[in-house]
Design a protein around this ligand. Structure first.
Ligand code: NAD
Length: 262
């Protein structure tokens, strides 16, 4: 029997994090990419559209002075996902961080959901995360150091969110199981894997801005008395990607203002 390849390597001075779904103008991914750049990471901004990714990367690079590059990939496409990861490996500093943030929601009730809609959501949220993570984790394992964070959702834990229904909730719950398994399997390679489950954050994923009426409804369920922001999520993700967070793995961090207290 061979012993696992402990211990973990130290963080290199120059290191890269991939953030998927990071080009959305008011999105969580963009806030995560910006915060990581502020904290000294080189960042790969990944999204569907090449121009949008490039533009966001330039914007963050300009405001932070960090190395930030944009990449286009539909993560549901396994080949496109691994091509993107290879490009990041070849063009940016050592890959240490991965934030699986890209995702789509689906408000269709279970009794009405078609197989096409179900597969669309699972292909992006779950299979897409698998594609990017396997390609990235193989590189991290070679270097014996890595940080993986899956962006799940309060919807996964409370049985549907305020917007997303069964396909969304099931795909996001699968990400929790995936992160826990990765924590066990990849721990010996110096890689941690955790999940962050946001509650309602005011982005465009629920079909546009929250109306004032909707905000009031949400506030009734929120002990902290305000709606969550993208930075509320980004700060926790950035913490989990730090070298000092290496003893935290297989954990789910709820960032929901107390809307769901387990
Ligand atoms: P958003 O719609 O603003 O951003 C999602 C991004 O993912 C978009 O830029 C989109 O282009 C990208 N994307 C979608 N499909 C893709 C694909 N196949 N390949 C590559 N990129 C793809 O939404 P957001 O609110 O910023 O959501 C970010 C993450 O946070 C999602 O995973 C979402 O499920 C999760 N989340 C959001 C909330 C919320 O209330 N906003 C709550 C819980 C969890």
């Amino acid at each position: 029997m061979t012993l696992p390849p402990y211990p973990a390597a130290a963080f290199p001075d120059e290191r890269t994090a991939i953030v998927t779904g990071a080009a959305s103008e008011r999105g969580i991914g963009r806030a995560i990419a910006r915060r990581l750049a502020h904290e000294g990471w080189a960042v790969a901004v990944v999204d569907l559209d090449a121009d949008a990714s490039r533009q966001v990367a330039e914007d963050i690079a300009r405001s932070t002075g960090a190395v930030v590059a944009g990449y286009a990939a539909d993560i549901a496409d396994a080949e496109a996902a691994s091509r993107m990861v290879r490009a990041v490996r070849d063009e940016l500093p050592q890959l240490v961080g991965l934030v699986n943030n890209a995702g789509v929601s689906s408000p269709v009730p279970f009794l009405e959901v078609s197989r096409e809609e179900w597969n669309r959501v699972v292909d992006i949220n779950l299979n897409g995360t698998f594609h990017v993570t396997q390609a990235a984790a193989r590189i991290m394992a070679e270097h014996r150091v890595g940080r993986i964070v899956n962006i799940s959702s309060a919807s996964a834990e409370r049985g549907g969110g305020v917007y997303g229904r069964a396909a969304y909730s099931a795909s996001k719950a699968a990400l929790l199981g995936l992160a826990r398994t990765l924590a066990r399997e990849l721990g010996p390679y110096g890689i941690t894997a955790n999940s962050v489950s946001p509650g309602s954050i005011d982005t465009d994923i629920m079909g546009g801005r929250l109306t004032d009426e909707r905000k009031l409804e949400l506030l009734r369920e929120l002990p902290v008395g305000r709606i969550g922001t993208v930075d509320d999520v980004a700060v926790v993700v950035a913490f989990l990607l730090r070298e000092e967070a290496g003893y935290i793995t297989g954990v789910t961090y709820d960032v929901n203002g107390g809307s769901h207290i387990a």
